[in-house]
Design a protein around this ligand. Structure first.
Ligand code: GLN
Length: 222
């Protein structure tokens, strides 16, 4: 069984550890760079991407993780974790010195933080996600049920490069209007090689299939 780490610098670390444990894999809360070498894959939780960025650079995790990502290390990022996996942040926050927040990168995409607007702080919606039909837990005679997806000050993906597979989009009716009054469907789940990212939090709604998919990716079965 693969050992799966959860990056434990800030955010909803416990919920991800619980989700993974319920799927029967050994889990590790990862804080130090060396601990990255003891796991076969890593989950970056939701939280606050500016804080995760700052702590990851301070503790030397960022440098090691970037190198591992470049070598194909499997990583799943949820919400703030998705932001950390984006090659480009559309609207990075700047610190007092004027330096923009950084991501680990790895996925050729542009993400927009807090894209659903503060007035819609939090909502849940059922989404169809590609790639769940072939999971071990799925009865092959039926199509996979939609995923209950919790959006909490979530980012969305504004654009992706050719190397990125879109796994889910949220319908226009669930997105806020742009300045010119238009609503658009938006990308909220992607995969690029061994990297997986979702705008939403599957771990808070009792959903386990995104973590199951990630474990299959680590095993080389998905
Ligand atoms: N808005 C947060 C950020 O920019 C992400 C929110 C979340 O992870 N729930 O990091």
């Amino acid at each position: 069984l693969p050992r799966v780490g959860v990056l434990a610098l800030q955010g909803d670390v416990r919920e991800h550890l619980k989700a993974l444990e319920s799927l029967g894999v050994p889990v590790v809360a990862v804080k130090k760079p060396a601990e990255l070498n003891e796991v076969d894959g890593l989950v970056i939780p939701g939280g606050e991407s500016t804080v995760i960025d700052k702590l990851a650079r301070m503790y030397g995790v960022a440098e090691v993780l970037k190198a591992k990502i470049a070598e194909g290390f499997p990583v799943y990022g949820s919400c703030a974790g998705m932001i950390m996996l984006a090659n480009t942040i559309a609207d990075p926050t700047k610190n007092l010195k004027g330096e923009p927040q950084q991501s680990f990168g790895g996925i050729d995409m542009v993400v927009r933080r807090n894209a659903f607007g503060r007035q819609v702080d939090s909502f849940e919606v059922d989404l169809t996600i590609k790639g769940l039909d072939t999971l071990p837990s799925q009865d092959p005679a039926h199509a996979a049920e939609p995923v209950r997806a919790a959006f909490i000050r979530a980012p969305w993906v504004e654009s992706v490069g050719d190397s990125v597979e879109v796994l889910a989009t949220i319908p226009a009716e669930n997105t806020p209007r742009s300045a010119d009054g238009v609503r658009m469907a938006r990308i909220v789940a992607v995969r690029s090689g061994n990297l997986l990212a979702t705008s939403f939090h599957p771990e808070v709604s009792g959903e386990r299939r995104i973590h199951e998919l990630f474990i299959q990716m680590i095993r080389g079965d998905a």
